[in-house]
Design a protein around this ligand. Sequence first.
Ligand code: ADP
Ligand code: MG
Length: 366
Amino acid sequence: MAEIHLKSLAHSYSKSPSGPDDYAIRQLDHVWQKGGAYALLGPSGCGKSTMLNIISGLVQPSEGEVLFDGKRVNALSPRDRNIAQVFQFPVIYDSMTVYQNLAFPLKNNKVPAARIKERVQEIAEVLEIEDKLHKKAKNLTADEKQKVSMGRGLVREDVSAILFDEPLTVIDPQLKWKLRRKLKQIHEQFDITMVYVTHDQLEASTFADKIAVMYDGQIVQFGTPTELFEQPNHTFVGYFIGSPGMNLIDVERCASGVRFGSTDVALEGWRLEQLNRLESTHLKIGIRPEFIKLSHKPEVNSYEAKVLDMEDLGTYKIIDVDLDSQALKVRVDEDFNAEVGSHVHLTLPPEWTMLYVDEFLMQEQA
Ligand code: ADP
Ligand code: MG
């Protein structure tokens, strides 16, 4: 297993890219550390598969370097890179049995026969397909085929990393959950570098210790699920993580901080200071529905808002409010009641009110 360093990486599928829009991977620097369980999370088309294929060597990047444990591997073939990759759809040999499919990568690597037998058995047990070992792969269900495909990735012990590219897409939801647990268990057991690609935040956070959020060919944040939730580094992370996502409001500068409509949001300390020195006028504030406080009576620094809608989700409610023509979502306890059309008072706690400049979180400068 290896540390994987993507250095000044960029990739365009076009021969003569004319601008950033022609790049599937824009400038990107990233390190996947040895032995980590990672998720690569982002919407369809943001460049996730391109990144995996660059790591495994299926795609040659137009710019930058791929380093395994500090050694440049750009010129190495996929085979010589020793990466196992599991794709969205099963890649197996239909005419072979399950056993032969699982043994194949090991035979190729000249693993002794006795060890092949042990290892195939071990992996088949983990994936719960040991009773299918002597079945022809073509007679398997779609789920079983994908398990075999995953098994072919997991079976090798010498790999630098295992890359999973949305491997559970074809698996039914029940089994999905179970297989994800299995992968996590396999990670703990074999301590292998794993990168798991998904567009599903729940899948990402149940599998990974750290998540890289990708947007528009860039990794906009790399952090724990809690970090992504509490300190979204980019408006996209705020919006994409969480359910519902972060409230984002376009604002402009004013004497005390920022404002939208006739609503002032005061900022203090370094934030106000830095704001005053900013060149950009592309500003947003972001606050998660969980962090807005609602009450029936005015509070210190509260704003009056009108209730537009209320959705009861059993253990909590999501209330849509209008604050100065700005629609916001607020998460409240299930015992909070407010009539649609009535007025409530909301507070934006400063510690949870983020300021975004050109979509990136404004952070305290040293
Ligand atoms: P993801 O896996 O996140 O859905 P991809 O890496 O597949 O994203 O794609 C990133 C971008 O590159 C998309 O705009 C996609 O259309 C484009 N793309 C992917 N593969 C190719 C290819 N072989 N040729 C040209 N464009 C491609
Ligand atoms: Mg993809």
